[in-house]
Design a protein around this ligand. Structure first.
Ligand code: HEC
Length: 153
């Protein structure tokens, strides 16, 4: 009789443990599903821009600054830059291959050197999508990796 009681007891404990494990699993599953859903909701442009923000901090901010305003007479602004809006191909070219020689941005002349930063075509597209949609900049059309690939030296 004692044996049966002991077996029953163990059985009950085991079932209880299993149940509690199950309970613990549920919320994790829900969490994963929500994370997957929010990733699905992200448009390709949003994903590109978010990656671009990281690239901007690493590669561009030191000269063009966090607010995109640049430094007068030295580093041209990206915020409100007419270059970005009027010279789309030149802008892609500048970020892909570097830029030097006299240029005019928002009516002011610059004659500096921006060295090529060795970014991949996708990274060039991402950082430009960030720049073209930040600090009040509005972009007509997202830059794509394919578009960057087509810009020749
Ligand atoms: C070492 C400083 C430096 C860094 C880093 C740098 N730039 Fe520049 N950038 C310049 C200079 C200087 C010019 C102007 C070159 C000239 O006078 O021809 C310029 C010009 C530009 C232009 C065209 C003019 C304008 O203002 O619209 C764009 C677009 C641009 N940079 C984007 C970027 C992006 C994006 C990054 C990061 C991936 C970056 N730059 C990193 C110094 C820099």
């Amino acid at each position: 009789m004692q044996k049966i009681a002991a077996i029953l007891f163990t059985f009950i404990i085991l079932t209880a443990c299993n149940d509690s494990k199950k309970d613990k699993k549920e919320p994790i599953k829900i969490g994963n599903t929500t994370a997957e859903m929010s990733q699905e909701k992200k448009t390709p442009q949003q994903a590109s821009k978010e990656n671009g923000a990281i690239i901007y901090t690493d590669f561009c901010m030191q000269c063009h600054l966090g607010n995109g305003k640049g430094v007068p007479n030295t580093f041209p602004p990206l915020a409100g830059s007419n270059w970005l809006t009027e010279k789309r191909e030149e802008s892609i070219h500048a970020v892909k291959y570097g830029q030097s020689g006299e240029i005019e941005v928002n009516g002011k002349k610059y004659d500096g050197v921006m060295v090529p930063m060795g970014l991949s075509d996708k990274e060039v597209a991402d950082v430009l999508n960030y720049v073209m949609t930040s600090w009040g900049n509005t972009q007509d059309k997202p830059v794509t990796e394919e578009e960057v690939a087509k810009i020749e030296k």
